[in-house]
Design a protein around this ligand. Structure first.
Ligand SMILES: [Zn+2]
Length: 167
């Protein structure tokens, strides 16, 4: 999922899928074209479809272009301990239910969800602006296993996205 702030001329990605190349091109073509390809990437968990797009950036790209990769503690450890991901630099730490301010208009809050967590925890994200809010939960095992009630969570936001379902 792409997040674009036209006023501040910034954009972010949620998950680094193997199609990230196409997604970055679409963001540029249809939403915002600027020298910096992306401000940062928020990762959800260590399943192949969700982080391997990081391969499109080498160490130089991440540091030179100051592209930030945001990850929860176990996800960060996983990437730091396994090649070739260990060559990635500037991984930013996220914490459960701790809000990160992206700019004067946008906040992002990760929260834990139940999923096959072999290598990392799994998070969804709440994205909030002064006008709209979004819930993004790409992977979750069963809504009933989540400590929160999905119906109530969806009611609190303007948009909610899941990999298989829209609400
Ligand atoms: Zn998964």
């Amino acid at each position: 999922m792409g997040l674009v702030d036209l006023e501040n001329q910034q954009k972010w990605l949620f998950d680094a899928t193997p199609d990230m190349h196409t997604q970055l091109a679409a963001l540029e073509q249809y939403h915002l074209k600027k020298e910096k390809i992306i401000e940062g990437i928020f990762l959800t968990h260590a399943h192949i479809g969700h982080y391997t797009g990081l391969m499109y950036f080498g160490r130089e790209a991440f540091s030179k272009k100051n592209i930030k990769v945001f990850a929860m503690p176990k996800m960060k450890t996983y990437l730091t301990n396994n090649g070739p991901w260990s060559q990635l630099v500037s991984l930013q730490n996220l914490q459960h239910d701790s809000t990160m301010v992206l700019n004067n208009r946008l906040d992002v809050t990760p929260f834990l969800v139940p999923h096959r967590d072999e290598f990392s925890e799994t998070v969804g994200y709440k994205i909030e602006s002064s006008k709209k809010s979004v819930l993004f939960i790409p992977d979750i095992d069963k809504w009933s296993r989540w400590e929160r009630n999905i119906i109530q969570q969806v009611k609190k936001v303007d948009y909610a996205f899941n990999r298989r379902h829209f609400f």
